[in-house]
Design a protein around this ligand. Structure first.
Ligand SMILES: *Cc1c(COP(=O)(O)O)cnc(C)c1O
Length: 305
Protein backbone atom coordinates (compact mmCIF):
# COMPACT_ATOMS: atom_id res chain seq x y z
CA UNK A 1 0.00 0.00 0.00
CA UNK A 2 1.19 3.47 -0.84
CA UNK A 3 1.10 5.60 2.28
CA UNK A 4 -0.94 8.72 1.83
CA UNK A 5 0.92 12.05 1.77
CA UNK A 6 -0.09 15.69 1.55
CA UNK A 7 -0.09 16.89 -2.04
CA UNK A 8 0.05 15.77 -5.65
CA UNK A 9 1.04 18.08 -8.49
CA UNK A 10 -1.62 18.08 -11.23
CA UNK A 11 -1.59 20.16 -14.39
CA UNK A 12 0.46 22.96 -12.91
CA UNK A 13 -0.78 23.20 -9.34
CA UNK A 14 -0.86 21.25 -6.12
CA UNK A 15 -4.02 19.46 -5.07
CA UNK A 16 -4.71 17.54 -1.88
CA UNK A 17 -3.79 13.86 -2.07
CA UNK A 18 -7.43 12.78 -1.94
CA UNK A 19 -8.48 15.25 -4.62
CA UNK A 20 -6.05 14.01 -7.29
CA UNK A 21 -8.87 12.37 -9.26
CA UNK A 22 -9.68 11.99 -12.93
CA UNK A 23 -12.83 11.47 -14.98
CA UNK A 24 -13.84 7.90 -15.82
CA UNK A 25 -13.73 8.77 -19.54
CA UNK A 26 -10.02 9.61 -19.36
CA UNK A 27 -8.74 8.34 -22.72
CA UNK A 28 -5.55 6.76 -21.33
CA UNK A 29 -7.53 4.72 -18.83
CA UNK A 30 -9.32 3.02 -21.71
CA UNK A 31 -6.62 2.69 -24.34
CA UNK A 32 -3.29 2.92 -22.51
CA UNK A 33 -1.51 5.67 -24.43
CA UNK A 34 0.26 7.73 -21.81
CA UNK A 35 3.81 7.78 -20.46
CA UNK A 36 5.42 7.79 -17.05
CA UNK A 37 8.73 7.92 -15.24
CA UNK A 38 10.14 6.36 -12.10
CA UNK A 39 12.72 8.42 -10.24
CA UNK A 40 14.27 8.17 -6.80
CA UNK A 41 15.34 10.77 -4.30
CA UNK A 42 17.76 9.56 -1.64
CA UNK A 43 18.80 10.71 1.80
CA UNK A 44 22.52 11.41 1.64
CA UNK A 45 25.03 10.77 4.40
CA UNK A 46 25.31 14.48 5.17
CA UNK A 47 21.57 14.73 5.86
CA UNK A 48 20.64 16.37 2.56
CA UNK A 49 18.38 14.83 -0.11
CA UNK A 50 19.35 14.28 -3.72
CA UNK A 51 17.52 13.11 -6.82
CA UNK A 52 19.42 10.54 -8.87
CA UNK A 53 19.97 11.52 -12.52
CA UNK A 54 17.05 13.92 -12.63
CA UNK A 55 17.92 15.38 -16.04
CA UNK A 56 18.15 11.93 -17.64
CA UNK A 57 14.74 11.00 -16.24
CA UNK A 58 13.09 14.22 -17.39
CA UNK A 59 14.65 13.79 -20.84
CA UNK A 60 13.35 10.22 -21.07
CA UNK A 61 9.90 11.35 -19.91
CA UNK A 62 9.78 13.77 -22.83
CA UNK A 63 11.16 11.14 -25.21
CA UNK A 64 8.52 8.62 -24.14
CA UNK A 65 5.82 11.24 -24.76
CA UNK A 66 7.35 12.18 -28.12
CA UNK A 67 7.38 8.54 -29.22
CA UNK A 68 3.70 8.37 -28.29
CA UNK A 69 3.00 11.67 -30.08
CA UNK A 70 1.90 13.28 -26.86
CA UNK A 71 2.79 16.95 -26.46
CA UNK A 72 3.57 17.64 -22.82
CA UNK A 73 2.07 21.09 -22.18
CA UNK A 74 4.98 22.07 -19.89
CA UNK A 75 8.66 22.71 -20.50
CA UNK A 76 11.37 20.38 -19.21
CA UNK A 77 12.32 23.11 -16.76
CA UNK A 78 8.77 23.35 -15.44
CA UNK A 79 8.55 19.58 -14.97
CA UNK A 80 11.96 19.50 -13.29
CA UNK A 81 10.92 22.22 -10.84
CA UNK A 82 7.55 20.58 -10.24
CA UNK A 83 9.31 17.31 -9.31
CA UNK A 84 11.52 19.11 -6.80
CA UNK A 85 8.60 21.08 -5.36
CA UNK A 86 6.46 17.93 -5.01
CA UNK A 87 9.16 16.30 -2.91
CA UNK A 88 9.60 19.41 -0.79
CA UNK A 89 5.92 20.07 -0.15
CA UNK A 90 5.45 16.51 1.08
CA UNK A 91 8.42 16.83 3.41
CA UNK A 92 10.13 13.61 2.38
CA UNK A 93 13.84 13.02 2.79
CA UNK A 94 13.67 9.90 0.62
CA UNK A 95 11.06 9.13 -2.01
CA UNK A 96 10.04 7.46 -5.23
CA UNK A 97 8.75 9.97 -7.79
CA UNK A 98 6.15 9.15 -10.43
CA UNK A 99 5.46 11.72 -13.16
CA UNK A 100 2.74 10.67 -15.61
CA UNK A 101 1.39 12.29 -18.77
CA UNK A 102 -1.94 11.09 -20.06
CA UNK A 103 -4.74 11.91 -22.47
CA UNK A 104 -7.73 13.32 -20.66
CA UNK A 105 -11.44 13.00 -21.35
CA UNK A 106 -13.22 14.50 -24.33
CA UNK A 107 -13.61 12.38 -27.43
CA UNK A 108 -13.96 8.64 -26.97
CA UNK A 109 -12.90 6.06 -29.53
CA UNK A 110 -9.35 5.23 -30.51
CA UNK A 111 -8.52 8.62 -32.02
CA UNK A 112 -8.18 11.09 -29.15
CA UNK A 113 -8.46 14.19 -31.37
CA UNK A 114 -8.13 17.27 -29.18
CA UNK A 115 -8.50 15.71 -25.76
CA UNK A 116 -6.49 17.62 -23.15
CA UNK A 117 -3.03 16.36 -22.29
CA UNK A 118 -2.70 16.11 -18.55
CA UNK A 119 0.33 15.75 -16.31
CA UNK A 120 0.63 14.69 -12.70
CA UNK A 121 3.51 14.08 -10.32
CA UNK A 122 3.12 11.98 -7.20
CA UNK A 123 5.76 10.98 -4.67
CA UNK A 124 5.67 8.29 -2.04
CA UNK A 125 7.92 6.30 0.23
CA UNK A 126 9.23 3.11 -1.29
CA UNK A 127 11.82 0.79 0.18
CA UNK A 128 13.60 -2.02 -1.65
CA UNK A 129 11.27 -2.88 -4.56
CA UNK A 130 12.18 -6.56 -4.57
CA UNK A 131 12.53 -6.70 -0.78
CA UNK A 132 15.40 -6.02 1.61
CA UNK A 133 16.21 -9.71 1.66
CA UNK A 134 16.27 -9.78 -2.15
CA UNK A 135 18.65 -6.84 -2.28
CA UNK A 136 20.97 -8.57 0.18
CA UNK A 137 20.71 -12.25 -0.66
CA UNK A 138 19.36 -12.26 -4.21
CA UNK A 139 16.02 -13.26 -5.69
CA UNK A 140 14.54 -16.26 -7.46
CA UNK A 141 13.34 -15.64 -10.98
CA UNK A 142 11.51 -17.58 -13.64
CA UNK A 143 11.40 -17.25 -17.41
CA UNK A 144 8.00 -15.89 -18.37
CA UNK A 145 5.67 -17.72 -20.72
CA UNK A 146 4.91 -14.25 -22.14
CA UNK A 147 7.23 -12.79 -24.79
CA UNK A 148 8.47 -9.20 -24.55
CA UNK A 149 7.21 -6.67 -27.09
CA UNK A 150 8.12 -6.92 -30.72
CA UNK A 151 9.71 -3.58 -31.64
CA UNK A 152 7.08 -2.93 -34.26
CA UNK A 153 4.11 -3.70 -32.04
CA UNK A 154 4.92 -1.68 -28.93
CA UNK A 155 7.46 1.10 -28.60
CA UNK A 156 10.17 -0.46 -26.46
CA UNK A 157 12.17 2.75 -25.87
CA UNK A 158 9.31 4.45 -24.06
CA UNK A 159 7.74 3.96 -20.66
CA UNK A 160 4.30 3.95 -22.25
CA UNK A 161 1.49 2.98 -19.88
CA UNK A 162 -0.02 0.26 -22.06
CA UNK A 163 3.33 -1.48 -22.49
CA UNK A 164 3.06 -2.61 -18.90
CA UNK A 165 0.13 -4.95 -19.48
CA UNK A 166 2.79 -7.39 -20.68
CA UNK A 167 4.80 -6.73 -17.50
CA UNK A 168 1.83 -7.16 -15.18
CA UNK A 169 0.87 -10.46 -16.83
CA UNK A 170 4.44 -11.75 -16.62
CA UNK A 171 4.90 -10.63 -13.03
CA UNK A 172 1.61 -12.09 -11.82
CA UNK A 173 2.31 -15.40 -13.44
CA UNK A 174 5.68 -15.90 -11.74
CA UNK A 175 4.61 -14.50 -8.37
CA UNK A 176 1.69 -16.94 -8.35
CA UNK A 177 4.24 -19.69 -8.92
CA UNK A 178 6.28 -18.51 -5.94
CA UNK A 179 9.07 -16.59 -7.70
CA UNK A 180 10.11 -12.98 -7.13
CA UNK A 181 10.46 -11.68 -10.67
CA UNK A 182 10.15 -12.71 -14.32
CA UNK A 183 12.83 -12.84 -16.99
CA UNK A 184 11.17 -12.08 -20.30
CA UNK A 185 12.56 -13.26 -23.63
CA UNK A 186 12.41 -11.21 -26.82
CA UNK A 187 10.44 -12.24 -29.90
CA UNK A 188 13.40 -14.31 -31.10
CA UNK A 189 13.79 -16.10 -27.80
CA UNK A 190 16.81 -14.25 -26.39
CA UNK A 191 16.93 -12.85 -22.87
CA UNK A 192 15.52 -9.33 -22.97
CA UNK A 193 14.70 -7.74 -19.62
CA UNK A 194 12.40 -8.14 -16.63
CA UNK A 195 9.03 -6.55 -15.98
CA UNK A 196 10.61 -3.21 -15.08
CA UNK A 197 14.33 -3.95 -14.86
CA UNK A 198 17.26 -4.51 -17.18
CA UNK A 199 19.39 -7.62 -16.75
CA UNK A 200 23.14 -8.22 -16.51
CA UNK A 201 25.26 -11.34 -16.21
CA UNK A 202 28.95 -11.76 -15.51
CA UNK A 203 31.22 -14.22 -17.27
CA UNK A 204 34.88 -14.60 -16.28
CA UNK A 205 34.99 -11.07 -14.91
CA UNK A 206 33.19 -9.41 -17.84
CA UNK A 207 29.73 -7.86 -17.68
CA UNK A 208 27.19 -8.74 -20.33
CA UNK A 209 23.80 -7.15 -20.98
CA UNK A 210 21.41 -7.28 -23.94
CA UNK A 211 21.85 -4.37 -26.38
CA UNK A 212 19.26 -1.57 -26.38
CA UNK A 213 17.59 -2.87 -29.54
CA UNK A 214 14.41 -4.06 -27.88
CA UNK A 215 14.81 -3.08 -24.24
CA UNK A 216 13.97 0.03 -22.28
CA UNK A 217 17.08 2.25 -22.06
CA UNK A 218 17.46 2.01 -18.31
CA UNK A 219 19.17 4.86 -16.52
CA UNK A 220 20.41 2.45 -13.85
CA UNK A 221 21.69 0.19 -16.66
CA UNK A 222 23.64 3.10 -18.10
CA UNK A 223 24.99 4.03 -14.66
CA UNK A 224 26.13 0.48 -13.94
CA UNK A 225 27.90 0.35 -17.30
CA UNK A 226 29.75 3.60 -16.47
CA UNK A 227 30.70 2.40 -12.99
CA UNK A 228 31.96 -0.91 -14.41
CA UNK A 229 33.98 0.73 -17.19
CA UNK A 230 35.50 3.17 -14.67
CA UNK A 231 36.71 0.18 -12.69
CA UNK A 232 38.20 -1.51 -15.72
CA UNK A 233 35.47 -4.13 -16.04
CA UNK A 234 34.76 -5.02 -19.66
CA UNK A 235 31.14 -4.51 -20.70
CA UNK A 236 29.70 -6.50 -23.58
CA UNK A 237 26.32 -5.46 -25.02
CA UNK A 238 25.21 -8.63 -26.75
CA UNK A 239 22.21 -10.90 -26.86
CA UNK A 240 22.36 -14.11 -24.86
CA UNK A 241 20.15 -17.12 -24.37
CA UNK A 242 18.40 -18.35 -21.26
CA UNK A 243 20.88 -21.21 -20.90
CA UNK A 244 23.75 -18.75 -21.04
CA UNK A 245 22.02 -17.07 -18.11
CA UNK A 246 21.80 -20.43 -16.28
CA UNK A 247 25.57 -20.89 -16.46
CA UNK A 248 26.57 -17.27 -15.83
CA UNK A 249 28.92 -16.62 -12.90
CA UNK A 250 26.60 -13.92 -11.56
CA UNK A 251 23.38 -12.21 -12.60
CA UNK A 252 21.51 -9.15 -11.43
CA UNK A 253 18.70 -6.76 -12.34
CA UNK A 254 18.96 -2.98 -12.51
CA UNK A 255 16.21 -0.40 -12.27
CA UNK A 256 15.22 2.73 -10.41
CA UNK A 257 12.77 0.73 -8.32
CA UNK A 258 14.87 -2.46 -8.06
CA UNK A 259 18.23 -0.60 -7.82
CA UNK A 260 20.79 -3.42 -8.18
CA UNK A 261 19.15 -6.67 -7.15
CA UNK A 262 21.18 -9.90 -7.33
CA UNK A 263 19.59 -12.96 -8.95
CA UNK A 264 20.38 -16.17 -7.09
CA UNK A 265 18.26 -18.60 -9.05
CA UNK A 266 16.73 -18.79 -12.54
CA UNK A 267 14.20 -21.49 -13.45
CA UNK A 268 15.23 -23.44 -10.34
CA UNK A 269 18.90 -23.47 -11.31
CA UNK A 270 21.25 -21.62 -9.00
CA UNK A 271 23.42 -18.92 -10.47
CA UNK A 272 27.05 -19.35 -9.45
CA UNK A 273 27.09 -20.58 -5.87
CA UNK A 274 23.54 -19.34 -5.32
CA UNK A 275 24.68 -16.20 -3.51
CA UNK A 276 25.25 -12.63 -4.74
CA UNK A 277 28.60 -12.64 -6.53
CA UNK A 278 31.65 -10.48 -6.00
CA UNK A 279 31.18 -8.18 -9.00
CA UNK A 280 27.49 -7.73 -8.22
CA UNK A 281 28.28 -6.79 -4.63
CA UNK A 282 31.06 -4.42 -5.66
CA UNK A 283 28.77 -2.62 -8.11
CA UNK A 284 26.00 -2.55 -5.52
CA UNK A 285 28.29 -1.03 -2.88
CA UNK A 286 29.56 1.66 -5.23
CA UNK A 287 26.03 2.41 -6.44
CA UNK A 288 24.71 2.84 -2.91
CA UNK A 289 27.69 5.03 -2.02
CA UNK A 290 27.00 7.18 -5.08
CA UNK A 291 23.35 7.75 -4.30
CA UNK A 292 24.23 8.67 -0.72
CA UNK A 293 26.64 11.31 -2.02
CA UNK A 294 29.73 9.46 -0.82
CA UNK A 295 31.53 9.34 -4.16
CA UNK A 296 32.91 12.74 -5.18
CA UNK A 297 33.44 11.64 -8.77
CA UNK A 298 29.78 10.82 -9.30
CA UNK A 299 28.23 13.75 -7.45
CA UNK A 300 27.31 15.18 -10.85
CA UNK A 301 24.65 12.45 -11.02
CA UNK A 302 22.85 13.99 -8.06
CA UNK A 303 20.52 16.98 -7.86
CA UNK A 304 20.51 18.21 -4.27
CA UNK A 305 17.21 19.68 -3.18
C1 LIG B 1 11.94 1.53 -16.08
C2 LIG B 1 12.32 0.26 -16.72
C3 LIG B 1 13.61 -0.27 -16.66
C4 LIG B 1 14.69 0.33 -15.80
O1 LIG B 1 15.01 1.66 -16.13
P1 LIG B 1 15.63 2.63 -15.05
O2 LIG B 1 15.82 3.89 -15.80
O3 LIG B 1 16.90 2.03 -14.61
O4 LIG B 1 14.65 2.76 -13.95
C5 LIG B 1 13.89 -1.42 -17.38
N1 LIG B 1 12.94 -2.04 -18.10
C6 LIG B 1 11.68 -1.57 -18.15
C7 LIG B 1 10.68 -2.30 -18.96
C8 LIG B 1 11.33 -0.43 -17.47
O5 LIG B 1 10.09 0.02 -17.52
Amino acid sequence: MVEKLEKIWMDGRFVDWDDANIHILTHTLHYGLGAFEGIRCYLCDDGSSAIFKLKEHVDRFFNSAHIGQIDIPFSKEEITNAIIETIKINGLKESYIRPIVFIGDGAMGIHPQDNPIRVAIAVWQWGAYLGDDGLKNGIRVKTSSFTRHHVNIMMTKAKICGNYVNSVLAKREVVQDGYDEAVILDTEGYVCEATGENIFITQKGDLKTPPLTSVLPGITRESVISIALDRGIRVIEERFTRDELYVADEAFFTGTAAEITPIRQVDNRSIGNGKPGEITQTLQNIFFDIIRGKQEKYKKWLTYI
